[in-house]
Design a protein. Structure first.
Length: 159
């Protein structure tokens, strides 16, 4: 299974200069849950998601300089940041299959497996290699409440 981590600035004062180091540490710990690919998502003050993805562990983000670009935006513009470490259970290890996924207004990172992934692909005439991308598309098309009714997998509904 994959790993997820993140930070949210509930104070609305902005992240501090030291907070990217905290996120970096969380990403390295999180890579124990999955290091086939690593994804970062920052939500800016205009409620838009910026996404960075690499194959491999979080060190690859450092190698390409992407984390430093992300860290600068984190302090200047983001109010929420999330990281995903992928351990593939469905679909090949490719950048396309790395989290997060985007469809319309939905950006999603997911940990879990949809047991009916292939059946839903067939039912809706889709060909998503990764169940999490199918879930993202599904939520963007029919909404989360209806999507929950269709999927078969681990889920907490808050009831």
């Amino acid at each position: 299974m994959c790993g997820l981590t993140g930070l949210i600035d509930t104070s609305h004062a902005g992240f501090l200069a030291k907070d990217p180091d905290l996120l970096k540490g969380l990403m390295f710990i999180n890579s124990l849950r999955g290091n086939s690919s690593t994804g970062l998502m920052g939500i800016n003050k205009r409620k838009q998601a910026d996404i960075y993805k690499v194959l491999g562990n979080p060190y690859r983000l450092m190698d390409y300089g992407l984390f430093y670009k992300f860290a600068e935006a984190m302090v200047d513009d983001y109010w929420a940041v999330f990281a995903h470490g992928r351990f593939p259970t469905v679909g090949e290890t490719t950048i396309k299959n790395a989290h997060p996924f985007e469809h319309k207004h939905i950006t999603l990172m997911h940990n879990g497996t949809l047991k009916n992934h292939q059946k839903l692909n067939e039912k809706y005439k889709k060909d998503f290699a990764v169940d999490s991308e199918l879930l993202c598309w599904f939520v963007s098309e029919i909404g989360i409440k209806e999507a929950i009714k269709e999927i078969d997998g681990a889920i907490v509904t808050g009831k």
